[in-house]
Write a protein that binds this ligand. Sequence first.
Ligand code: FAD
Length: 385
Amino acid sequence: MPSNESKLTVVGAGLVGSLLALYLARRGHTVEVLERRADMRRETLDAGRSINLAISTRGLHALRQVGLEEEALKHAIPMRGRVIHPVKGELAFQPYGKDDSQHINSLSRGWLNKFLMTQAEATGRVSIRFQQRVTRADPAAGALTVLDEATGETREVRDAVVFGTDGSGSAVRQALQSQAGSQSDSETLGHGYKELTIPPGEGGRFQMEKHALHIWPRGTYMLIALPNEDGSFTCTLFLPWEGPVSFASLQTPAALEAFFQEQFPDAKALIPGLVEEFFSRPTGHMVTVKCAPWHAGERTLLLGDAAHAIVPFYGQGMNCGFEDCVVLDALLAKQPDFGQAFREFERLRKTNADAIADMAVENFIEMRDSTADPRFLLEKGVEKV
Ligand code: FAD
């Protein structure tokens, strides 16, 4: 049976794995984190993969518990509501709450991930090993096969307590699912996404309202934009994969430019690299994963996207994963038996995770469609910008 002295292995040093390692270290454990990518503090991040994200109360609460909220907020831009961009006509502002205290925050994903890794290492109990890809897991035994991508060598980890925070395509989850009685439902959205940039204006000024999430709702598709610290905005275009207006229909620069001119004329004027970025950057997939169980005895537990990947339209994937860390930490504080804590964790979190997964899909329809509906605007007390 694993004890306080057991080897704890976190698979994946993404947002959730890095924060989890920090939480476990503060509880006195020594933690090894295995990350398949190179150290992003030394290498440049790939452009076009979710550059910024919205952190809300849930996520901030998780950072507050480990004393990191204040520093994170220094790098965040409060977004007090949505600015709706119609094809023609005036912009409309939909506040998120009755006053400015009710807002979400735009934060750089890369900055936050690096910050969390550094803070985890600073405890002196966490070592993050990069270019270490887990290729096989035996969840009940706490065993892993790890490929060192730098040397090509393979090694075995045995008798560990394994935390699978290796994201929506989790290798640890796949191993758990091969066990009898497990269930998994993975649904890929019929839309993909592409990131585009509105650079800062002269003197680093923001070229649109800074304190807002911008939305261009267009029915079956939409464009959104979140502000960045340097005065730029990262736009995300959500489009169906196939159909009359889709990634499949936008195959040439001329088709893309004509589409933007017709549907997003104000955004087009602000995205000088439209053609280059659209055709060179990857197109992202979005998936909802609902699975069970999330744990194998007292040896393996899934958290974050590995347990419950959701589509990004509620801006709650990371927030929900951060809340996982808070809940698990509280359970381990009450009783250090990993088996009981893991069972209770799944009981407490699974219903919530399934609910937010459904709400995120529903919010896609609200964002791309209803936000432009005059009745919706009336209900929400919309102001002109
Ligand atoms: P990940 O961030 O995917 O990290 C997993 C880590 O595991 C990675 O570092 C990966 O390299 C590593 N890994 C994977 N496989 C292995 C392996 N076999 N061995 C070793 N390491 C491995 N959430 C929000 O809360 N707010 C938002 O505004 C928001 N916006 C989003 C916008 C977009 C376009 C997308 C796609 C997602 C958005 N999300 C948002 C969701 C959020 O990105 C995820 O919920 C969050 O990244 C989950 O963190 P994670 O650590 O569980 O997984």
